[in-house]
Write a protein that binds this ligand. Sequence first.
Ligand code: NOJ
Length: 538
Amino acid sequence: MSSSGKDKYPWWKKAVFYEIYPRSFQDTNGNGVGDLKGITQRLDHLNGSKDSLGIDAIWICPFFPSPMKDFGYDITDYKAVDKLFGSLKDLKELLTEAHKRNIKVVIDLVLNHTSDQHSWFKESKSSKKSPKRDWYIWHKGRNGKKPNNWIASIDLRSAWFYDEKTKEFYLSTFSKHQPEVNWRNNELKEAMWDVVRFWLDLGVDGFRLDVVNFYYKDKEFKDNPLSFEPNPRLFQKHKYDRNQPGTHKVCKELRKMVDKYEDKVLIGEVFDARAGQCASFLGKSDDELHMVFNFHFLIRPWKAAGFHDSIAKWYRKLGDTGWATITLSNHDQPRHIGRYKKGKLTELRAKVAAMMMLTLRGTPFLYYGEEIGMMNGTIKKSQLKDPVGIRTWPLKLFGRDPERTPMQWDGTKNAGFSKGTPWLPVNPDHKTRNVKDQLSEKDSILNFYRELLRIRREHDALSVGRIEFLKKGEDDVLLYKRSIGKEVVHIALNFHHRPRIVAKKVKGKVLFSTHRKKGEKVDFSKEELKGLEATMLI
Ligand code: NOJ
């Protein structure tokens, strides 16, 4: 804290975020779908009471009116709440109650595309002469074919869709129901800024920006060059449909607008695997977004060296001014505990992952349910609800439903999520894996997360401190030092299930550990790390 009483660090650097998929958190009206009132009802789980997890901010996935072709990522009205989730009044109440518990609320801004049912698109589609024609990306065919070779983001189909009436194509790189808007059109841009101000005036604390690097497209609609990298998604380099200079201009404008309010945060989903490309959206002089997601951990195998190399690369690309994010799971990828599942070792692995996530330098984003080690649901093909249906190789999981199953609050029917029929089947393991039971089990994953979060709040070294790696994955061990002022904390993580020699001059007392008692003296120049041990020393 500075002498003025205001922390010299922006709140989001010390914060731990928690992503909520609103359909699946808590249903209060028995229709089987989670709602905003449900989130409000469950805020005590998150912060402000003795049993809380202890997070600082929530990011709520879209709750705006939508035909739900991509469960809310296809919006028909940016300034309202879908009836399925409640009302604007419910949202206001959620904000008030969250703020009372020191929880900031970040909402999802989907500004790259709307629903094809949005009145803007309907108008745009009605005629080539429509005043809103240019609000979307329309193009005539090229020699009787699609305007160019641009492909969709998640499969290899063309991103262009033909409109019989006006005999032109519109661009839609997600489902055909998500036409992309034209950010070069000033009226469209102003309409979007109006949306941003609406929510800021209402009191939200920031935005997660959906596919922010897609906003601008090449003016001449040039073909993308082909690429022969092994991942089929990369069969072409997205040179002309993503990461265009104009997008940086838009981010700068947005940042200026947001900076007129106090303490707001902008977090970008940059749909690109390259750390440097992602980091570029923070701007050269901290004048674009505050943070961008790092998705590398979502696809990392269980290997210490891989985690190190990936985060070290991010730190390098972010430089001294950029700020990292740490995410293991989200609503688009199988849950990490499922990815790292290995019989009896699963729970220990989840704890090692949790300690890593909550002690690396950067802002952690937890995904609802990970605090109890929620598994991916088993969804049969016939039960599939996700209309986009990404299938993630090599896990044979259908769509993104497995990671979106209802939150497991207790061991009763429907896990305390709903009195009706849940929109997706509740995982049968809720009888033994749920918040209520884990609160009373001393060594549960939930209590492990709670303790980590408590310690993190008490030690600034763990959030805003420097980081120095002493072991970068050699022998499957990570050892790093976090420090600020006189405070030094060492974190030792053994990713292997067998003991590993550390052989580094690191001594201290246990602050928290999977295997050791608090206060125990440890000298890692002599002692080994036990299999899958995670220990913090001070
Ligand atoms: C990224 C979101 O995370 C995903 O769920 C959605 O399908 C696409 N953007 C399209 O909005």
